[in-house]
Design a protein around this ligand. Sequence first.
Ligand code: SF4
Length: 272
Amino acid sequence: MTFRPIGICWAITNKCNYKCPFCFAFTSKVNANYKIQLKIISALKKQKIKYVSITGGEPFLEKNLLKIVKELKKEDIFVSIDTNGSLLKKNNQILNYIDQISMPLDGSTNNICYKVRNRKNLLSIFDNAIRLIKTKQILIRANTLVCKDNIYDLKNIYNHINKYENKNIIWNLIQYYPINKAVSKYILNPKRYMSILKMFKSEQRINNIFLYHTKKFQESYIVLDPVGNIYIKSNNKHNIIGNILKDDLKRLLTKTKFFNKALHVMRYAKHL
Ligand code: SF4
């Protein structure tokens, strides 16, 4: 039986204005024009994809982003933007169209955030973004990369999110997995990580706390690069399995050994 995919991560650009030391974002060094982007949207429609997470690089560096989001929404696809948040103010029109935004929150102070990503004012950027989004019905994913620099700050981050009293904020605790390069300071002992997860699992004050283990979850993602090449992450590698403009995605996913179908369904169950 062929497998019907539900969600896609579309790495729309390889450009980013940050240089996070651990960056495990992926895009190949190719760029697409609007014509190709429209063809990709048609292919997603044909495959009856229900959820598109637009990522990068930094998606706001793609000049066609707003037009693309509008096209996806015409197809009634759930659209999420995965951004570092720094260019949101300039591009805030997008908040009228998207369903979800995903942003980093690695510490309860600018100082701790700096230690994690080597970048100033990251907490202020997150806080300003939350203020901008406040009146919109948009889900917000606050992503914390749990590492040696913020492990003792998690309770404070939790309290910081709580201060917003915004039921639409989902806190994602993410375990580093060296998909592109290993940076030892981010690698936590798995037992330690699991004990942290337990610490927060029973907490109900935040709407949702999703506990990711990036190694486990990487095989549930289908990643498109800017020109439609399809990648599945597995065993610390990005494996190219075809191109959405030329190949039948369902057939490719049924054949490939890299893709974890059960996890994919679990991950996107809400969007079935
Ligand atoms: S903001 Fe995201 S894409 Fe850009 S360098 Fe950092 S982790 Fe990579």
